[in-house]
Design a protein around this ligand. Structure first.
Ligand SMILES: [Zn+2]
Length: 388
């Protein structure tokens, strides 16, 4: 029986509970609660190592929280909380016995993680044990003030600042570079979001210059198709930014061939269409010099914009990495061109040999092919266990 199996509860216990005395039932509830705490500690310990090995990447996910949501049906908040707690436990393994004993629950670990240090670990484990939620909140604020007395108290964090961007950015880093997720980043669903999941709020703090810029754009758009509606103005602005950024990174979208009225040379066959100058130019720049075998130089040949755009459109801007279980990553996060046969191994800049991969999967493939240029990982920071 594996360690994980030892914590599995049998469903038949629920049926048997009907016939138990009050005393036995009370004892059974206490036993199950203890097993739940031990199971949580075990989960966090295993999850910490799973995270450190980035095992979600070969399974076809660019971020651990997506893997957990997909495989275990957890909500984003549940996944983030457990990831944060697991990372805290990796830094401070002494948290695990405290969780198993019921001195700290999942929320408490997440609240304490940002203020834990090697120096205060023993004291915090003693003082924060079984603190009620409100008292724990005050305790954490006191610890923050203790650690940075000269700093002004941090302003309240809005749900947008949570924000997925920060969490995802953290997920995209190597395990040793990640910082624990601030629990304030975890957004509780608003009543509006619970009632109408298709609508979501976007709260962002901006300085006066951005506010003035937004007001100016809204005023300018007042008589246009978007009107002054902030959501529509924002959408239009984001669409334009998306288009500009796609063009900058992957080239302009291919234009449909236009029939031109340019007179054909007399000697040309009548069935051949005239090629517009911009298309003809594209064809010339798309020519790739064929090569084979490993290259002596790792200096990459520039991938023409038209080819980048072709690959981007074909892959719909998504990572095409397929995990071991057949899961297609599909992430749009930091996608980049990937050579199916590596450039250093003689792969060509052709549409067939190029595809899109997200950052984590591009790095994973580079590592598999021995081309990872990233420095080796550092050992995890922080103590590995209670000082003995
Ligand atoms: Zn990917």
């Amino acid at each position: 029986m594996s360690v994980a199996d030892a914590f599995v509860l049998e469903c038949s216990v629920v049926e048997a509970a009907v016939g138990l005395s009050d005393r036995d039932l009370t004892r059974c509830v206490a036993d199950c609660a203890a097993r739940e705490r031990q199971s949580l500690a075990g989960l966090l310990g295993f999850l910490a190592e799973f995270d450190a090995r980035d095992l979600h990447e070969p399974a076809g996910f660019d971020a651990l929280y997506k893997y957990l949501m997909h495989h275990f049906g957890w909500s984003a908040s549940s996944a983030f909380k457990r990831i944060q707690a697991a990372r805290a436990c990796r830094r401070f393994p002494a948290l695990l016995p405290a969780i198993a004993a019921g001195d700290l629950n999942l929320s408490a670990v997440c609240a304490l993680a940002p203020v834990l240090s090697e120096e205060n670990l023993s004291r915090v484990l003693f003082e924060a044990a079984r603190l009620p939620r409100e008292e724990l909140k005050v305790y954490v604020e006191d610890l923050r003030a203790e650690q940075a007395p000269e700093q002004a108290p941090a302003p309240p964090v809005t749900p947008f600042q949570l924000t997925l961007g920060a969490v995802i950015a953290s997920e995209s880093l190597g395990a040793s570079e990640r910082t624990p997720i601030d629990p304030r980043w975890i957004p509780p669903p608003s009543p509006l979001e619970r009632r109408a999941p298709e609508l979501t709020s976007l709260n962002v703090k901006v300085d006066a210059s951005v506010h003035a810029l937004f007001a100016r754009v809204r005023a300018l758009c007042a008589h246009g198709p978007t009107g002054r509606d902030p959501a529509r103005v924002l959408r239009r602005g984001l669409e334009m930014l998306l288009e500009a950024e796609e063009k900058r990174r992957f080239g302009a979208p291919r234009k449909a061939k236009r029939r031109t009225e340019v007179p054909r040379p007399a000697e040309a066959p009548a069935t051949v269409e005239a090629v517009p100058p911009e298309v003809a130019e594209t064809v010339v720049t798309d020519v790739v010099v064929a090569e084979s075998g490993p290259r002596v130089s790792c200096e990459r040949e520039h991938v023409p914009a038209a080819l980048r755009r072709e690959v981007y459109d074909r892959d719909d801007g998504c990572c095409t990495f397929v995990g071991q279980g057949g899961h297609v990553c599909g992430s749009r996060y930091a996608v980049q061109l990937h050579h199916r046969i590596a450039w250093a191994h003689g792969g060509l800049n052709t549409a067939d040999n190029l595809t899109l991969h997200c950052g984590p999967h591009n790095r994973l493939m580079a590592k598999r092919e021995g081309l990872d240029r990233r420095p080796p990982r550092r050992a995890p920071e922080g103590p590995r266990g209670p000082s003995t």
